[in-house]
Design a binder for this molecule. Structure first.
Ligand SMILES: C[S@@+](CC[C@H](N)C(=O)[O-])C[C@H]1O[C@@H](n2cnc3c(N)ncnc32)[C@H](O)[C@@H]1O
Length: 215
């Protein structure tokens, strides 16, 4: 993986560009995560903690991000049930136990999707579940969310779409189709469910491992 300096800079301004699409996306991610009371959840790419801060205090959470600036901000939005790990989750993951669930909200940007999903699958316990939110590869869909049944231009989304050029600056930002999530997801998990979320700007991917799966 390349340097995280790009995300460090992003973390400084990230919260200035949190709009109604983000609010909706966090809500849908939380719904997809289902019951969290008393379970162990790992968050890969917690960023400035906008999703982390919405998770229940009854969940044991390990939040990972390789930007110290993002983590410093996230700490201010969370309670004692969250442990923070400054690490590149492609290189290492928190150890000691396997989580029941993993959430990766807009953070699996490595160009090798199989590498990303393989890491999630191996890190999860049997019967575990991973929830991924990822920006759609379609620029128009990303910038013009469907609100009240109509596509409309959204300035915040437009600003965020500039991250699509991040690859050129050495910051990984790969996008994938729903078909790719489905095909690669099935290589690493027993069940794959794909929906759209955040007013059609993101894919919401649910990946489940069977209990006692040999994978
Ligand atoms: C677009 S932000 C999303 C933050 C948060 N999940 C949200 O939806 O508000 C992506 C975050 O993932 C982190 N990230 C990306 N790749 C990572 C990696 N390989 N290891 C650790 N953190 C990573 C970045 O530092 C950044 O904070």
């Amino acid at each position: 993986m390349k340097t995280n300096v790009g995300w460090d800079i992003g973390s400084l301004v990230y919260d200035l560009f949190t709009g109604k699409v983000d609010e909706q996306l966090y809500l849908e991610v939380l719904l997809a995560l289902g019951t969290l009371d008393g379970i162990k959840l790992d968050e890969f790419g917690c960023g400035t903690g906008n999703l982390t801060g919405r998770l229940p205090e009854t969940t044991k959470i390990r939040a990972v991000d390789y930007s110290p600036i993002a983590i410093a901000k996230a700490k201010q939005k969370t309670s004692k049930n969250v442990g923070f790990f400054i690490m590149d989750f492609y290189q290492e993951q928190p150890n000691g136990y396997k989580p029941d669930k993993i959430v990766a909200c807009r953070s699996l940007y490595h160009s090798d999707l199989s590498l990303s999903l393989g890491i999630l699958s191996r890190h999860l316990g049997d019967g575990g579940e991973a929830i991924i939110a990822h920006p759609t590869e379609n620029w128009r869909k990303y910038v013009t969310p469907i609100v009240n049944g109509k596509r409309e231009f959204n300035f915040v989304q437009f600003v965020k779409s500039n991250w699509r050029f991040a690859n050129r600056m050495g910051v990984p930002y790969a996008l994938f189709s729903a078909d790719e999530f489905e095909r690669v997801g099935k290589q690493h998990f027993d069940e794959v469910i794909i929906n759209s979320a955040g007013y059609d700007t993101h894919y919401l991917v649910q990946l489940r491992k069977r209990a006692f799966s040999k994978k």
